[in-house]
Ligand binder design. Structure first.
Ligand SMILES: O=c1ccn([C@@H]2O[C@H](COP(=O)(O)O)[C@@H](O)[C@H]2O)c(=O)[nH]1
Length: 282
């Protein structure tokens, strides 16, 4: 594989957030939201929901995060909609983080890397979420593909769901599993400017951080903000007032403002502006 001439993901994310503000909006076509938007729970309803999100958000919001599960529900027609969401969001200037949480043995990770992180694939996004629980090193093929093509990955470290802490905070030789993930990402991001392309997922709802992010030099995606109860105050407590490289993400809390395109866009911009003023950004 030859190295792409696309700028690094860390540089593209830094520039896009500087221009559009620190918000990721999730495109999560829940059956309940489809009903609320008076759309059928089928591939046509999915398409109208998802493309309304793209129309409303892709020209304004820094990062859009389609949740793959809600597209996979509809089989090949759902995947075709996902391909459109990725392509049209990127054309409108948004970065696309595909939330697909993949993780497997290295040889299979290489196939996931070809699907999501390689030029020419119809599902190639700007970044994907990955699960490190087959071992951080098993993700290596994805790290390499991402680096070569100017894409990024966000590795689950401390997820927003209440069941996660038993596994993620468990100690392994005196270090938590989550800290092992942080250290693995930090090692790969070391020395990269402006920041590295190996990000982490840390939920707004986790209570206490309990990991040292000082050496990370990469972005942190923060779900759990909004519908799951996480607030800007939680995010400030976790990461401090200076939120450089911290990217809150919200899905249902923004999407419930639809189906009107202007109402949906206004809610996303209101959320972004609230983050900017709470964080003292810009
Ligand atoms: O720790 C995690 C990792 C990923 N998610 C995903 O983010 C969105 C959250 O949706 P909301 O409607 O804003 O609650 C969803 O796609 C999750 O799968 C997460 O919540 N927590």
């Amino acid at each position: 594989m030859t190295r792409s001439d696309r700028a690094s993901f860390g540089a593209r994310l830094t520039d896009t957030v500087a221009e559009r503000g620190p918000l990721c909006v999730g495109i999560d076509p829940h059956p309940g939201l489809l009903a609320q938007w008076e759309l059928p729970d089928d591939a046509n309803g999915l398409e109208r929901f998802a493309m309304t999100c793209v129309d409303a958000l892709a020209g304004e919001i820094a990062v859009l995060k389609p949740q793959s599960a809600f597209f996979e529900r509809y089989g090949s027609k759902g995947i075709a909609v996902l391909e459109r969401v990725i392509a049209e969001s990127q054309q409108a200037g948004a970065l696309v983080l595909l939330d697909v949480k993949r993780g497997d043995i290295g040889s299979t990770m290489a196939a996931y890397a070809a699907a999501y992180l390689t030029d020419g694939s119809p599902l190639a996004a700007d970044a994907v979420t990955l699960s490190p629980f087959l071992g951080f090193g098993s993700l290596e093929p994805a790290f390499q593909a991402a680096e070569k093509s100017g894409r990024g990955v966000f590795v689950l470290a401390l997820t927003s769901n209440p069941e996660a802490s038993d596994v993620q905070r468990a100690l392994n030789g005196g270090r938590s599993i989550a800290q092992t993930v942080v250290d693995g990402a930090a090692e790969r991001n070391a020395g990269v400017t402006p920041i590295g392309g190996i990000g982490l997922v840390i939920g707004a709802t986790i209570g206490t951080l309990g990991v040292d992010l000082a050496a990370l030099n990469g972005p942190v995606l923060v779900p759990g903000f909004g519908a799951q109860g996480g607030t800007m105050s939680d995010i400030r407590t976790l990461f401090g007032k200076s939120l450089r490289s911290v990217l809150p993400t919200s899905s249902r809390d923004v999407l419930k403002a639809g189906p009107d395109v202007f109402a949906l866009r206004s809610e996303a911009l209101r959320t972004r502006d609230a983050i900017v003023s709470a964080a003292g950004h810009h």
